[in-house]
Write a protein that binds this ligand. Structure first.
Ligand SMILES: CC(C)(COP(=O)(O)OP(=O)(O)OC[C@H]1O[C@@H](n2cnc3c(N)ncnc32)[C@H](O)[C@@H]1OP(=O)(O)O)[C@@H](O)C(=O)NCCC(=O)NCCS
Length: 330
């Protein structure tokens, strides 16, 4: 069974309510019907109900059994606006501004998740990553014990000798442009948690990547990864984590035997932590485009799951992301 099928199976076992703020967007409407048909979640579409209905009719899609809510007219809007004002008043949000903000489906959806009226949120078919992330960071905030929100890419590689039966978790490839050593340590711990809870990897083995292996090069960029490794050991002493390691030393047992003898992780890592967003983002695209891996992105570290889509996403991408969000919410 592929990784995404495994995740879908898990989602069906404990069905969660996932809000889709871009509720009138054609791919989102089609995805909602598919999500309900496959029993992956209870989708909630936000937007004008007439516009949602018209889009469904245009596509010949059956929305029977799917909840919708209109942020412009919803009975819940005053309560969400009051709660939003309380949460953000110290940041300069006035009651009037809060009232306007909850009319925006992105903020309305985030307030549904915050207040427990939905278990998770998926957006980004229309919104940019920043526009989707900002309200989630401002309102949902991080999980206790985790200081920052970051992302993991689940890479399902054709070469099953790699990682965990071909599955590798890459972080961070979306959120933190230039993490400090401490932030890198939090990214590593969150990625190990994603590997365990979402991918079912019982023993995450985390490699802190660099262009150096165990002091082979000296540079401030290498020092940052060494410091991050030390921080991560302090934060999670039981986690199998090692650094700094080059990509080949992390994945290949022969290279590991030469360059990082005795490492509990080198040569068999299944979670790879990139030193910054440039490396992470380029790394996942190389693995996808040249390595032929299928890739699935999730945000990690948020107190409740919210996930971003690429604006070029397909209906299938939305369905898959909703399934992953539902499992994160379990
Ligand atoms: C994440 C991101 C959207 C933050 O945007 P920003 O405009 O810089 O936001 P701010 O710095 O004003 O922060 C907004 C709030 O989020 C919080 N925040 C920002 N980044 C955070 C993080 N990684 N984890 C937790 N909280 C974070 C801030 O503390 C702030 O909270 P506050 O308003 O309660 O004080 C920005 O870092 C970003 O655009 N990252 C790259 C995303 C991207 O384009 N990726 C492309 C790859 S696909």
């Amino acid at each position: 069974m592929s990784m995404i099928e495994m995740i879908k199976d898990k989602a069906r076992k404990n069905v969660k309510r996932i809000v889709l703020p871009e509720g009138t967007e054609p791919r989102t409407v089609a995805a909602a019907a598919e999500i309900l048909k496959e029993g992956l979640a209870e989708p909630i579409l936000l937007g004008n109900p007439e516009a949602i209905k018209a889009e469904a009719e245009k596509q010949g899609v059956d929305l029977a059994g799917i909840c919708t809510a209109d942020p412009e007219t919803s009975e819940k809007a005053p309560a969400y606006s009051e709660a939003l004002y309380e949460l953000r008043k110290t940041k300069g949000v006035t009651p009037e501004a809060a009232e306007q903000l909850v009319k925006d489906p992105m903020y309305y959806g985030i307030m549904m998740v915050k207040s427990g009226d939905a278990d998770g949120l998926v957006s980004g078919a229309v919104h940019s990553t920043g526009d989707m992330l900002r309200p989630a960071l401002q309102i949902i905030k991080t999980k206790p014990g985790i200081k920052i929100v970051s992302s993991s890419f689940l890479m399902d590689c054709p070469n099953k000798d790699l990682g965990e039966d071909g599955l590798l978790v890459y972080a961070d490839c979306v959120v933190m442009p230039n993490p400090t050593a401490e932030e890198l340590a939090y990214i590593a711990i969150a990625a190990a948690d994603t590997a365990k809870t979402l991918c079912g990897i019982e023993e995450p083995r985390v490699a802190m990547l660099s262009f150096s292996t165990k002091g082979s090069a000296k540079h401030e960029l290498v020092t940052k990864v060494q410091e991050a490794t030390a921080f991560a050991h302090e934060l999670a002493p039981d986690l199998l984590l090692d650094g700094e390691l080059q990509f080949d030393a992390a994945l290949n047992p022969e290279v590991a035997a030469l360059k990082a003898k005795g490492s509990p992780v080198a040569g068999r890592a299944n979670v790879l932590i990139f030193p910054d967003l440039q490396a992470g983002n380029i790394g996942y695209k190389i693995t996808q485009r040249i390595g032929g891996a299928e890739c699935f992105a999730v945000l990690q570290g948020l107190a409740k799951p919210c996930n971003d889509l690429s604006r070029g996403c397909s209906v299938e991408d939305i369905v898959n992301t909703v399934a992953m969000t539902a499992v994160q919410a379990q």
